[in-house]
Design a binder for this molecule. Structure first.
Ligand SMILES: CC(C)(COP(=O)(O)OP(=O)(O)OC[C@H]1O[C@@H](n2cnc3c(N)ncnc32)[C@H](O)[C@@H]1OP(=O)(O)O)[C@@H](O)C(=O)NCCC(=O)NCCS
Length: 147
């Protein structure tokens, strides 16, 4: 596990294209997100290939982060996404964040299972959230002080 850099942008955009049909982050988007102010973590296999990534967006003057993206490459080991999310939670606690929010497609059962297992609770549904018009389920995790 390491921090993503602007040099990872092409590989991350390719992973994104293999993983998502809509709402993809572009190469330029990854370059920008890697330039600081946010938490971009990548999981790397022994040969250096990127197995997955997680992106937590941070805002100045806010102690809540937003998990903007999380993905494991299809042929990377199951559980890679979970390791990435655990690393994000560690990072968030280390930075003194009070909570993390995210949006997920209600029918994305692997992702929901992962989030619920780590304590994220459903908040509400946002109609028409995704590019294809699908609704999003918003979820939130409160990070207790000292936890
Ligand atoms: C969500 C994601 C990051 C999780 O990665 P991961 O930690 O490697 O975990 P897996 O995909 O192996 O599975 C996560 C959980 O879902 C379960 N699961 C897998 N397929 C499932 C299915 N079809 N239906 C229900 N549950 C399923 C797994 O058993 C696991 O639960 P467990 O840990 O309680 O056994 C990964 O599935 C992924 O990249 N998906 C595509 C991108 C995506 O949807 N990202 C999230 C956007 S909000």
């Amino acid at each position: 596990m390491r921090r993503g850099t602007p040099d990872d942008a092409a590989a991350l955009a390719a992973l994104e294209a293999r993983t998502f049909a809509h709402d993809r982050i572009s190469r330029r988007g990854f370059r920008r997100f890697a330039q600081g102010g946010n938490v971009l973590l990548v999981a790397v296999e022994a040969g250096g290939r990127i197995a997955g990534y997680a992106l937590l967006l941070l805002r100045r003057n806010s102690r809540r982060g937003r998990l903007y993206a999380l993905a494991r490459d299809g042929d990377a080991p199951p559980g890679t996404g979970r390791l990435l999310l655990l690393a994000v939670l560690d990072e968030a606690r280390g930075r003194g964040l009070r909570g993390i929010g995210l949006e997920v497609r209600p029918d994305n059962l692997p992702a929901r299972r992962l989030y619920e297992g780590l304590g994220f609770a459903p908040l509400d549904v946002v109609p028409g959230y995704y590019e294809d018009g699908a609704a999003a389920l918003r979820m939130r995790l409160d990070l207790e002080e000292g936890a």
